[in-house]
Design a protein around this ligand. Structure first.
Ligand SMILES: Cc1cc2nc3c(=O)[nH]c(=O)nc-3n(C[C@H](O)[C@H](O)[C@H](O)COP(=O)(O)OP(=O)(O)OC[C@H]3O[C@@H](n4cnc5c(N)ncnc54)[C@H](O)[C@@H]3O)c2cc1C
Length: 381
């Protein structure tokens, strides 16, 4: 395995994985266990040496995890799988010529490519460019910025979170319970006009609303915005504010639509149940960067994780010259566990909900098991 420095010689890959995301780590795991299909030359293009597991970030804020917990070692996984690693990001794709261009100017040619790059932050587009705005995407940069602010003398006394989805809610709880902060940060959650946890069962929304109120987190059912340099929501001034976190969902990366690949209306790569591009059969995609055309599927980590083994099976088939056979059929409901930062958590599974310290213990067990399987594989001799 070689970690490429930028040199401008073209790399020729049989199989190119773009993005070390939650689905591609399952592909790397399959290749570690069973070998790269057909002994193909495989390359992973991704900017960072580790994948940060977002589900453990709220727990890190609340002091339940160390900053180094919740990282998947992409360098180790690529090395064990016999995959060349290029630490750079995809900046352009030509699916007809079967090439990507990296931000650093490197060209990578491929026969088959798979994309799992996640989405991009929408904070700047929705809120503007105030220096107090920090986007949750990319999550690695978000964690570094918050770690820096936590360590600074200023701390994080007054925080606004824009976005009432699961990520925004968990970050509100995590920041209200920020480890080592005295006094506790004042936290306002601006959910947007769709309110708290759109798409979740009423019982979950009620439980979360109660927990937010109990912890003194202000909730505004309005869009956060900037008016003449001042953050507002629903006609209310939000100043003074030290930090505005944009947890407003992910946007599609521009290179997807610009490439001529078929996308959905928002620019996410359109795929079928095999995670295969509907326009270019030698291209696959999974996770937040992909959009299933045959059914509506929210962009969330759980679908990236469960699509991973399907993607691995189909890449193995197509590299071997067969048609993809495996399909991803999401379960009717997905389990979401929202960490409330105070030692407890709220679970949501379709119409069912539960709350308590045991729910948080279950979340920690699931998260740590997911991380441990990859740590074990990355360390394997
Ligand atoms: C605070 C928070 C908590 C969350 N909690 C949960 C949860 O509990 N459960 C859940 O299901 N979802 C959760 N989510 C949503 C979840 O984070 C995403 O849906 C998930 O990360 C998507 O996985 P992915 O593999 O598509 O992309 P990512 O996890 O974003 O991985 C993308 C990878 O691609 C790399 N990359 C990015 N751009 C490029 C490029 N141009 N070229 C090459 N590589 C690139 C990145 O460095 C990264 O390694 C949460 C989100 C947030 C913000």
């Amino acid at each position: 395995m070689a970690v490429s420095q930028i040199n401008f010689a073209r790399i020729d890959a049989d199989v190119l994985l773009v993005g070390g995301g939650h689905a591609h780590v399952a592909v790397l795991a399959d290749w570690i266990r069973r070998g790269v299909p057909q002994g193909a030359r495989a390359v992973l293009l991704t900017p960072d040496p580790a994948l940060r597991y977002s589900g453990m970030v709220p727990g890190w804020l609340a002091g339940q995890h160390e900053i180094g917990d919740g990282l998947v070692d992409l360098v180790g996984l690529a090395a064990r799988a016999g995959v060349e690693l290029v630490l750079d990001r995809c900046a352009a794709l030509d699916p007809e010529a079967r090439r990507v261009k990296t931000a650093g100017g490197q060209e990578i040619a491929f026969n088959i490519a798979s994309f799992d790059t996640g989405g991009e932050g929408r904070g700047a587009a929705l809120l503007g460019k105030d220096p107090r705005i920090v986007d949750v995407r990319p999550i690695g940069a978000f964690v570094e910025r918050l770690a820096g602010l936590r360590a600074s003398r200023q701390g994080l006394p007054r925080v606004v979170i824009a976005g009432g989805g699961a990520g925004g809610v968990e970050l509100a709880f995590g920041l209200r319970n920020l480890a080592g902060a005295a006094p506790r940060p004042q936290v306002t959650l601006a959910t947007g006009t769709s309110g708290l946890l759109l798409g979740f069962a009423d019982v979950v929304r009620r439980r979360v609303a109660k927990a937010l109120a109990r912890q003194g987190i202000a909730v505004l059912e309005a869009e956060a915005a900037f008016e003449r340099g001042t953050p507002v929501a629903g006609g209310q001034w939000l100043e003074p504010v030290d930090l505005i976190i944009a947890a407003t969902g992910s946007a599609a990366p521009g290179w997807g639509r610009a490439s001529g690949l078929e996308t959905d209306a928002e620019g996410f790569i359109a795929v079928d149940a095999h995670q295969r591009s509907v326009s270019h059969p030698h291209i696959f995609a999974a996770g937040d960067v992909a959009a299933r055309l045959d059914r509506a599927l929210p962009h969330s980590g759980v679908h990236a994780v469960f699509a991973g083994p399907v993607l691995a099976a189909n890449l193995r088939s197509v590299v071997g010259g067969d048609v993809p056979q495996a399909t991803y059929h999401p379960r009717r409901h997905s389990l979401y566990i929202l960490n409330t930062g105070d030692g407890s958590a709220i679970a949501s599974y379709g119409p069912f909900s539960a709350e308590g310290r045991w729910v948080l213990a279950l979340k920690h067990r699931i998260d740590k098991a997911w991380i441990a399987q990859y740590a074990g594989l990355a360390a394997k001799q």
